[in-house]
Design a binder for this molecule. Structure first.
Ligand code: ACO
Length: 325
């Protein structure tokens, strides 16, 4: 039994925020942002574009491509760190939006790795033959979780959602070939976001600046490049295939400098790397599935091609997956 992707979808908010727009909010400029990150625009969610609503819109497209109804889903997993409520999960709201009455649903908190962690779980559920149709989503509205006075972070992120429907195959030539997932909680401080203030008397509210992203950019940059390179190399060894056999590399869209460094260190050809970060910024857990969907709809790969996915984020978390389409 193997795991295949039956359909993909994505959804982005209508509002585009340019670097020029940011110049009116904080002390920054378009040239700095482009040279340091490659980002030109990002999308900002508005009315009707909350995390679960973007997630549901992406999911409808994925279900449409798969030719499935929502009632046929057994499980819904959402990777997110920006749902509008801590409880219920974003996945339960997506279930409600879709009318996926036969599924159970839960979230994964793995920051930018939410989708690839979810994909890894879907693969394992499907191989164990317990669940046959699994919807995995990465969805974020991080614009609501940013300190818009902190120019180190607010320029980087954007909103959006991507989804994929996973199913099974008996075709031994296709499907998820392998994955490796990692985390190192000792490095939590480099990239973190507080929960809402707690009433636990042992926790000082003064220690909690608010529920927005705090980041040590330079350190994150170094770990991101090394971790992504290591996880790709580790996975290729584990699955016993070479970089040459990869048709398309779809990395987490953090910024073009990180991507350039990873690709250079791997010695992978740039023209086989999918990049959309200039248009959307870093959409955290949504970045890989949005990119996967765009590449899929642009016909950049077809049946039998091997695709490499890789991500890195707060936790720290990182990992890579290989799938033969
Ligand atoms: N506009 C103008 N100037 C700025 C801005 C800004 N938006 N932000 C910082 N600066 C200034 C700094 O204040 C500093 O000035 P100083 O020297 O007078 O103090 C100068 O620019 C250099 O700052 P650095 O932080 O050293 O700049 P760096 O070259 O490291 O670039 C960046 C910063 C883009 C954040 C980089 O470190 C980075 O890409 N880090 C990775 C972060 C990331 O992608 N995180 C996402 C989450 S993890 C993930 O998804 C992989």
């Amino acid at each position: 039994m193997g795991t295949v992707i039956l359909g993909t979808g994505s959804s982005l908010p209508k509002r585009i925020m340019t670097n020029k727009d940011l110049e009116t909010i904080i002390d920054t400029d378009d040239a700095w942002i482009q040279s340091r990150t490659g980002i030109r625009n990002r999308r900002i969610g508005g009315a009707g574009e909350q995390t679960h609503q973007l997630a549901a819109a992406a999911s409808r497209k994925a279900l449409g491509m798969a030719g499935l109804s929502a009632e046929e889903l057994d499980l819904i997993v959402v990777g997110t760190i920006s749902s509008h409520m801590l409880m219920p999960s974003c996945a339960c709201f997506v279930q409600k939006e879709l009318g996926a009455t036969n599924a159970f649903a839960y979230d994964i908190n793995a920051a930018c790795c939410g989708f690839i962690y979810g994909m890894d779980m879907a693969d394992k559920y499907i191989r164990s033959e317990h669940h046959k149709k699994i919807l995995v989503i990465g969805a974020e509205t991080l614009s609501g979780r940013l300190n818009w006075k902190d120019r180190n972070t607010c320029i980087l992120f954007g909103d959006g959602a991507g989804a994929a429907v996973f199913g099974h195959t008996r075709d031994k030539e296709r499907g998820v070939l392998g994955s490796n997932m990692h985390s190192d909680g000792r490095l939590w401080k480099l990239l973190h976001m507080h929960a809402p203030p707690s009433y636990n008397p042992d926790l000082e509210v003064a220690d909690n600046p608010g529920a927005y992203i705090i980041m040590e950019g330079r350190e994150v940059f170094k770990y991101a490049v090394k971790a992504m390179e290591d996880s790709v190399r580790g996975l290729l060894k584990q699955v016993n295939i070479s970089l040459d056999s990869i048709k398309l590399f779809i990395p987490h869209q953090a910024n073009t400098r990180i991507l350039k460094n990873v690709v250079e260190r791997l010695g992978f050809p740039e023209d086989r790397v999918f990049v959309n970060v200039p248009d959307y910024g870093n959409t955290s857990a949504a970045s890989v599935p949005i990119a996967l969907d765009e590449a899929n709809r642009q016909g950049l790969f077809s049946r039998g091609d091997t695709i490499l996915l890789c991500s890195f984020g707060g936790g720290l978390t990182w990992g890579a997956s290989l799938i033969k389409w």
